[in-house]
Design a protein around this ligand. Structure first.
Ligand code: RB5
Length: 160
């Protein structure tokens, strides 16, 4: 069964709850990392948990909602192996899967109503990665990530 990790801050909580209800109704398994109310919280705390669960293979995909979706995307993309895409409509959702093999979707809860959020989510979940030239390009993205990770590992040797 497909497992979807969910996370939101206070500005994304309402939309996250609507998406969660739809996912459950449609037989998907949910890992809800919160938040669980509209009390003010910090979006990186939720983005990190969702991103790490996807990177570790505990969830196949992740969905993150904050006010604009920007902070969630910025944070999730710091976790190696995560390809988080901020989508604003069904077209960007389709492209983020077909061309970018996005494994985390981020949405702006202050930018859209529940209906549009659900349309985006459904398109994003039902679109397959196109492979081919897109795989070659993602290979280059992964190479950049690896290069910077290797650089970080080397740092302590030169600084002691
Ligand atoms: C919270 O006010 C807001 O900054 C946050 O939800 C998000 O939009 C950040 O990118």
């Amino acid at each position: 069964m497909t497992v979807i990790a969910l996370g939101a801050d206070h500005a994304g909580w309402e939309l996250k709850e609507a998406l969660k209800a739809w996912l459950i109704e449609n037989g998907l398994q949910i890992l809800d990392f919160g938040t669980h109310s509209t009390n003010s919280v910090d979006y990186p705390d939720y983005a990190l948990q969702v991103a790490e669960s996807v990177a570790a293979g505990k969830a196949e995909r992740g969905v993150l909602v904050c006010g604009t979706g920007i902070g969630m995307a910025m944070t999730a993309n710091k976790v190696p192996g995560v390809r988080a895409a901020l989508c604003s409509d069904p077209f960007t959702a389709r492209m983020s899967r077909e061309h970018n093999d996005a494994n985390v979707l981020t949405l702006g809860g202050r930018l859209m109503d529940k209906e549009l959020g659900l349309e985006i989510l459904q398109m994003w979940l039902s679109t397959a990665f196109g492979g081919g030239r897109h795989a070659r390009r993602l290979g280059k993205v992964a190479q950049i990530e690896r290069r910077h990770l290797e650089g970080r590992e080397e740092e302590p040797h030169g600084t002691s």
